[in-house]
Design a protein around this ligand. Structure first.
Ligand code: FAD
Ligand code: AMP
Length: 473
């Protein structure tokens, strides 16, 4: 039986990063993964590279280009005639980016001498992992591990009365592979994934109706920003219904009949396709958790402590399969931490400074606490805001929708949260993460020189506004 210092189960951004870091630290490492890519072959990268972060961003970028040519070039004095759309080319570009990156990870595995075991990984008693070929054919292999890292990720949640057929009723994976633009698209769930995928197909010309069960919009986001974002997304044409819970869907000859309920009663909605984007759940199927006594909590997450240790010594769990935001970079950092702790280092992850991004246009990004959360904690704070309509660079780019908000402790001035709605918010948030990681105060941020003209000046001005000394508003 082969023996490894570290065996990782799951090759997404949590697992493959854990494997690379383990190998860098000199540990013999194997990774088991069962993901089959679009071409029917085993691929690394998990949900993020194959059906998540990367393909969705590729389509968000392509669709934004198309939308710009049609609706935003005119004011720049650029006249574009006979603009047309080639969806298969757009999808093929996305697929190429995915395969470049998944092959890149395979290359990194070779370079770091990581053994890639292709198939379904199962925990066995005595720190063993069995690997069953995904096709069901071939020999089952069993390997011995000194340490096991579980990184089995998450899968889409479903609605019991809706059957995903990946044709008329699709999940997020299906919505990344439409071959033409649906005329009428229903999106169930106005969370991050629903808004991103709804935006893609809306920009490409679909009439998109988003049905969201909750009465409030983007509840984890700063309330002021969520309000502005809802107004802007509706202005862009996303027909967002809040307090609308989808009950059932029936596929007919001419599309899908959706039934949903809101405060006014039960309604029918006819659409061509439906994207079910009602969240994701931790994936522990077939892990053999019960037999090995691995503790899974009542929400389905593998229970871990702050260092990602499970209840079994030398077995760790990271990424979407454990509590915390289902974000790729959160899982990767947990992967680095676990590998380094196995190697005897004292690494930890600061879960308070994990940035969140919603890649709509404009983007929404934040780090730290919202005003609502601070009020709940009865913590006193001051906040400063700066609207992008007052930013020279935003005006030059014609991207004046949005704002930056900096929230700081009333007593110490330490930055407690930064919330951005605007062009490039995903990049701008990095400055706030660095500032918070170093326990910077709003004044520290206000004292730093920001290049002119840049969008980052809005972060500077919002920090100045915490002490009511913004210069350009
Ligand atoms: P996963 O990426 O889910 O990988 C788990 C891997 O383990 C898979 O390959 C799976 O096949 C394999 N596996 C599971 N069980 C077994 C087993 N028993 N044996 C062998 N293999 C197994 N996050 C962001 O940070 N930014 C974004 O922009 C973003 N966009 C997204 C867009 C969409 C449409 C979706 C669906 C998700 C998006 N996410 C984004 C979330 C992100 O994809 C996840 O947070 C991330 O992939 C989690 O990484 P992970 O390694 O924990 O799990
Ligand atoms: P997220 O978890 O951020 O991806 O968001 C998923 C969203 O789907 C949440 O805001 C849920 O309220 C919403 N949701 C869940 N079930 C339904 C349903 N049956 N109809 C409409 N929205 C739903």
């Amino acid at each position: 039986m082969k023996e490894f210092d570290v065996v990782v189960i799951g090759g997404g951004p949590a697992g493959y990063v854990a494997a690379i870091r383990s190998a860098q630290l000199g540990m013999s490492t194997a990774l088991v993964d069962e993901y089959i890519g679009k071409k029917g072959k085993h691929v690394l990268g998990g949900t993020c590279l194959n059906a998540g972060c990367i393909p969705s961003k590729a389509l968000l970028d392509s669709s934004e280009h198309y939308h710009r040519v049609l609706h935003k070039f005119d004011s720049h004095g650029i006249k574009a005639k006979e603009v047309s759309l080639d969806v298969p080319t757009m999808i093929a570009r996305k697929d190429k980016i995915v395969s470049t990156l998944t092959q890149g990870v395979a290359g990194l595995f070779k370079k770091n001498k990581i053994t890639w075991l292709k198939g379904h990984g199962r925990l066995e008693l005595g720190m063993k992992v069995s690997v069953k070929p995904t096709s069901g054919e071939g020999e089952k292999e069993v390997v011995q591990a000194k340490h096991i890292i579980i990184a089995t990720g998450s899968v889409p949640r479903t609605i019991p009365s809706l059957t995903i057929d990946q044709d008329h009723i699709v999940d997020s994976t299906g919505a990344l592979d439409f071959t033409e633009v649906p005329k009428r698209l229903g999106v169930i769930g106005a969370g991050v994934i629903g808004l991103e995928l709804g935006s893609v197909w809306s920009r490409l010309g679909a009439d998109v109706v988003v049905l969201e069960a909750m009465d409030d919009f983007l509840t984890m986001t700063d309330e002021q920003i969520a309000k502005e974002a809802l107004k802007e997304f509706k202005r862009q044409g996303l027909d967002i219904h809040l307090g609308a819970r989808v009950k059932s869907a029936a596929v007919g000859k001419d599309g899908v009949d959706l039934e949903y309920e809101d405060a006014d009663g039960v309604h029918d909605l006819k659409v061509d396709k439906v994207v079910v984007a009602v969240g994701r759940k931790p994936h522990t199927d077939g892990l053999n958790a019960t037999e090995v006594d691995l503790f899974i909590d009542e929400s389905g997450y593998i229970h871990v402590d702050e260092f990602c240790c499970t209840n079994i010594p030398d077995i760790y769990a990271i990424g979407d399969v454990v509590q915390g935001p289902m974000l790729a970079h959160k899982g990767s950092e947990e992967g680095v931490m676990v590998a380094e702790r196995i190697a005897g280092k004292k690494t930890r992850v600061n879960h308070e400074t994990i940035p969140w991004v919603i890649y709509t246009w404009p983007e929404i990004a934040w780090v730290g606490k919202t005003e609502k959360a601070l009020k709940k904690e009865a913590r006193e704070f001051r906040s400063g805001t700066f609207p992008l309509r007052a930013s020279g660079r935003a005006l030059a780019m014609e991207e004046t929708v949005g704002m930056v908000k900096v929230i700081a402790a009333a007593d110490t001035d330490e930055i407690l949260g930064v919330h951005i709605f605007g062009a490039s918010a995903s990049e701008l948030i990095a400055e706030a993460v660095v500032a918070m990681e170093y326990n910077a105060s709003a004044e520290d941020l206000a004292c730093i020189v920001h290049a002119h003209p840049t969008m980052s000046e809005a972060v500077h001005e919002a920090a100045l506004d915490v002490h009511k000394r913004a210069l350009h508003i």
